[in-house]
Design a binder for this molecule. Structure first.
Ligand SMILES: Cc1cc2nc3c(=O)[nH]c(=O)nc-3n(C[C@H](O)[C@H](O)[C@H](O)COP(=O)(O)OP(=O)(O)OC[C@H]3O[C@@H](n4cnc5c(N)ncnc54)[C@H](O)[C@@H]3O)c2cc1C
Ligand SMILES: *[C@@H]1O[C@H](CO)[C@@H](O)[C@H](O)[C@H]1NC(C)=O
Ligand SMILES: *[C@@H]1O[C@H](CO)[C@@H](O)[C@H](O)[C@H]1NC(C)=O
Ligand SMILES: *[C@@H]1O[C@H](CO)[C@@H](O)[C@H](O)[C@H]1NC(C)=O
Length: 531
């Protein structure tokens, strides 16, 4: 599908000159350009928010998850544009390119370093927020759905559930993620061991490219279609729609959460989990949430709790058999198990209270929003108990640390490393996510960031190396940052091989071909090679 806009005579574009003297005129020039490049009758002014607009702050903050990037000292956009049609996104690309305005794209706002709404490397910049573009068309007959970038994972799950109780989609556990940004980096969830990632279940897409054209899979070609399925957001174009493949889910699934403290033998059980969880029945996903908590008996004495939080695609009886055979150490009993529907398991895993109706998923409600810094690692060999004990010592001295361990294996091992840009496949036992959270007004933000960096150093010997792999959807600017002159391949290789392994080189080649002028750029966007 190619839009008529791409046929607009270039001469009109070139004849216009704009004053960039101040932000008012920048905004005016942008609106003028939008009007020229799309349906003139549309009142663009009402979808543009400058800092003087009373709604500016609430729109900017709305979907942003990391409050660390919303503090007053964080760079703010000149304005936010909220397109309400696909053609407006095309016009935004054409106009930002023509006016030389740096553009950031936001779908669900969950970027860990806030790069969808903050630019540390370039001013002025604008935010194109796709919040109004959230169409979802589910077609159960063909097992597919077309989903627009601004829709959340929760909305997608709900719209599937509305049409069928035996279909689902294997993407994020968190229900407020924007489908646009989320799938670009991989997208894992509780069904990854059975069905792989979100990117493994994408059939087609529509993107706006660097020239403002809308391209589907056929028009963009297999190279670019490969790149957008895991090559990270904000590098290759603006995703408008994903066509996803629905997967079967049983009418009854089982969830449980079993918690073990150090006093209850947590270290030994977790050591065993590393050997079991990646190889167990692929219908079973057992993640572990690890944090310090106060010991019930002595409030000044903290312990470590490990919570085994799981989804089984089947009934409790079968689950208990699987656990008895493969992981008796956890001591799972029938009364730990809750049999429920797939959609309710989504609410359970996302942490909603037990009687929350599924309709909450339509509110795009986030259960997170924190000041935080996070990092990730992939583990290929079990960490010895002594390594775990050193980890507990480090967690015990931090205010609000959190770790989440996600098992791999199953379907994840059946893809080659280069099948999609997401390379963390066969041989990966599990992924670790480290977080430190804090409250507003905490003067110790720097101390918490320092703590997590030291923890990361401590973990070095126990995790993947050469490269030390990281998950691009858990973006971490400590791994390296493109400066304004971001065409440096050397600079970008600092993080590129960690996120993509050798796929990084292919991503750079594709980027050089489809966006040689680097229209889509940010702190960790794929660099084009110099022409
Ligand atoms: C609380 C929380 C829970 C999470 N849980 C999971 C999980 O279970 N599984 C998982 O895999 N990940 C998870 N993540 C990580 C999440 O997948 C990434 O943060 C993802 O990038 C979010 O997408 P978004 O659209 O919400 O974010 P945004 O901040 O809007 O965008 C993220 C990146 O993609 C770019 N981008 C956004 N929209 C588009 C678009 N339409 N086209 C091209 N580029 C775009 C942005 O510029 C930015 O670079 C979680 C994150 C948080 C904060
Ligand atoms: C509680 O734990 C602290 C720290 O380990 C210890 O000093 C204190 O004696 C304990 N108090 C009780 C009542 O056990
Ligand atoms: C995964 O790796 C293991 C160990 O190297 C190997 O035995 C197995 O065949 C691989 N599986 C696939 C599907 O490639
Ligand atoms: C960035 O590139 C420009 C043009 O190539 C050059 O003049 C400038 O010195 C570079 N800046 C930095 C910081 O490298």
């Amino acid at each position: 599908m190619v839009s008529p806009i791409s046929h607009l005579p270039l001469i009109i574009v070139l004849l216009l000159s704009f004053s960039l003297a101040n932000s008012a005129s920048l905004q005016e020039s942008f609106v003028q350009c939008l009007n020229l490049n799309s349906d003139r009758t549309f009142p663009f002014y009402s979808s543009i928010y400058t800092p003087s607009n009373p709604s500016f702050t609430s729109i900017l903050d709305s979907s942003a998850q990391n409050l660390r990037l919303l503090v007053p000292s964080a760079p703010k956009p000149e304005f936010i544009f909220t397109p309400s049609r696909d053609s407006h996104v095309q016009a935004a690309v054409i106009c930002s390119k023509k006016l030389g305005i740096h553009i950031r794209v936001r779908s669900g706002g969950h970027d860990y370093e806030g790069i969808s709404y903050v630019s540390e490397i370039e001013t002025p910049f604008i935010v194109v927020d796709l919040v109004k573009l959230r169409g979802i068309n589910v077609d159960v007959k063909s097992n597919t759905a077309w989903v627009q970038a601004g829709a959340t994972t929760g909305e997608v799950y709900y719209r599937i559930y509305e049409k069928s109780s035996v279909h689902g989609f294997p993407a994020g556990l968190c229900t407020s993620l924007g489908i646009g940004g989320h799938i670009t980096g991989g997208a894992y969830g509780t069904m990854m061991r059975k069905y792989g990632l979100g990117v493994d279940n994408v059939l087609d897409a529509q993107i706006v490219d660097a020239n403002g054209r809308v391209l589907d899979r056929e028009a963009m070609g297999e190279d670019l279609f490969w790149a957008i399925r895991g090559g990270g957001g904000g590098s290759f174009g603006i995703l408008l729609w994903w066509k996803i493949k629905l997967v079967p889910v049983p009418p009854t699934v089982t969830v449980f959460t079993v918690t073990k403290s150090l006093e209850q033998g947590a270290t030994k059980i977790l050591h065993r989990w590393q050997e079991v969880a990646p190889y167990i029945d692929e219908n079973l996903f057992i993640r572990v949430i690890i944090q310090p908590s106060s010991d019930g008996r002595n409030k000044t004495q903290r312990t470590i709790t490990t919570s085994y939080n799981a989804l089984f695609l089947g009934g409790a009886r079968t689950l208990l058999q699987v656990m008895k055979t493969s992981f008796p150490e956890l001591g799972l009993t029938r009364k730990d198990c809750l049999e429920t529907s797939w959609i309710k398991s989504v609410l359970y895993i996302a942490g909603f209270p037990s009687d929350t109706p599924p309709e909450v998923l339509l509110k795009g409600k986030s259960t997170f929003k924190n000041f935080f810094k996070a990092k990730s690692d992939f583990v290929r060999e079990p960490i010895p108990e002594t390594g775990l004990e050193g980890l507990w010592q480090r967690l015990l001295v931090e205010d609000s640390p959190l770790m989440i361990w996600n098992p791999y294996g199953g379907r994840m091992s059946q893809f080659s490393e280069s099948e999609t840009p997401f390379p963390h496949r066969n041989g990966t036992l599990y992924k670790i996510q480290y977080l430190s959270l804090w409250q507003e007004g905490d003067k110790n933000a720097a101390k918490h960031i320092d703590w997590i960096r030291k923890l990361y150093n401590y973990m070095g010997p126990y995790v993947s190396s050469l490269p030390r792999e990281a998950y691009v959807n858990y973006r971490d600017l400590d791994l390296g940052i493109n400066t304004k002159n971001s065409t440096s391949y050397i600079q970008a290789s600092a993080w590129g091989y960690r996120y993509y392994k050798n796929n990084f080189d292919r991503l750079v080649k594709i980027k050089t071909k489809v966006d040689p002028q680097n229209v889509f750029r940010h702190e960790q966007s794929i660099p084009p090679l110099p022409l």
